[in-house]
Design a binder for this molecule. Structure first.
Ligand SMILES: [Zn+2]
Length: 351
């Protein structure tokens, strides 16, 4: 468990907003060197590690990007306004420490807002939207901000350390989907594949599954499987019927995902792939949870629709507070995801 935790820590604390994932890719390369047959980095920034040989190929995908912000404007007094990259609930942003990735390197800042003391009663009860927030880097003017190397279009990420909680739980940022990357890295280290495995560490998932779209086309796999977070509902203020998945109860096989209310735009996994994942889990003694995920999807959706179509599925790990900057998962679930991925790589493909 120690090794997996170390990889997760490195990847979670790294900074990889959509369109700027190189730091994450570099960590993955450093972890995997010597364990895979080679790497390819495509023109969009996807990192594809390959291992094994054979006529059939298995594409496993985990995305490197995280929800983030981008500099939208800088005012005369040196305060920065921003736009959001990915689905972020505005309330979570107030008071966060951030890093602005400028041309002269990283600049620390905080997300500021009006103090509660000066808010009218009505204001206190209202939700604060992101357009009423700003980033304070300590500058006194727009010129000073410019001097620091910051300009419109710079990426902004939240700065957060991973912490260990009781009972094998860990909390940190960007577990969506760095925990998927960590599981895939660990599985590649352990597996002796029976087919050609392409592990695609994809870019810009949070803004439209972009990396997986081109990687799926380039790889042209026999089968595609995405590894990503899913919503755990085992905490207050959410009912079991809304989110039945529990942290600590094992990996999740997603049986359908997509937009809330219609499940359109998502994935209905290939039934043979789904059965294969379940069979491998049973063979390796891994408990499985099944989920219909309304309100989200994964890279598997893009892989499925590449070329003439690729039989695809999703392996997920239960995560609390997804798309906050303090997601919580159980390392034992993630270890079981590793075992399951190893099982797929070493198993016989049903195609
Ligand atoms: Zn996400």
């Amino acid at each position: 468990m120690g090794e997996l935790l170390d990889i997760l820590r490195r990847l979670s604390e790294a900074h990889g907003p959509p369109g700027f994932e190189d730091e994450v890719a570099d960590i993955i390369v450093s972890e995997l060197r010597g364990y895979v047959d080679g790497f390819v980095k495509d023109s969009l920034g996807n990192l594809i590690a390959y291992k094994g040989s054979g006529d059939k190929s298995l594409m496993l995908a985990a995305h490197m990007d995280e929800i983030a912000l981008i500099v939208k404007s800088i005012d005369d007094k040196g305060f920065i306004r921003f736009a959001k990259l990915g689905g972020i609930w505005d309330q979570l942003l107030v008071g966060q420490q951030v890093i602005v990735h400028g041309s002269k390197g990283r600049v620390r800042g905080v997300i500021g807002s009006k103090a509660i003391h000066v808010m009218k009663d009505e204001e206190r009860r209202q939700l604060l939207t992101y357009d009423k927030m700003f980033i304070d880097v300590g500058a006194r003017s727009a010129d000073e901000v410019k001097e620091m190397g910051i300009e419109v279009g710079n990426f902004i990420t939240i700065d957060k350390r991973l912490v260990e909680l009781a009972n094998g739980l860990v909390a940190g940022k960007a577990f969506d989907d760095r925990a998927g990357c960590a599981a895939l890295v660990q599985a590649l280290k352990e597996a002796k594949p029976r087919c050609k495995v392409y592990a695609a560490f994809t870019i810009q998932e949070e803004v439209g599954l972009k990396g997986a779209t081109v990687a799926g086309y380039a790889i042209k796999p026999t089968v595609g499987v995405a590894v990503d977070t899913t919503i755990a509902g085992d905490h207050p203020n959410i009912e079991p019927h809304e989110a039945p998945i529990k942290v600590g109860s094992g990996p999740v096989v997603v049986v359908a995902d997509g937009r809330r209310d219609s499940l359109s735009g998502g994935l209905i996994p290939n039934p043979v792939v789904k059965r294969w994942i379940v069979k491998v889990a049973q063979e390796r003694g891994i408990p499985i949870q099944f989920e219909v995920l309304e309100g989200g999807t994964t890279d598997a959706t893009a892989i499925q629709l590449s070329r003439e179509g690729v039989p695809s599925g999703v392996i997920a790990f239960p995560t609390r507070y997804v798309h906050t900057f303090q997601e919580v998962l159980n390392l034992r679930d993630l270890e079981k995801v590793v075992t399951l991925l190893v099982g797929l790589m070493e198993g016989e493909m049903p195609f």
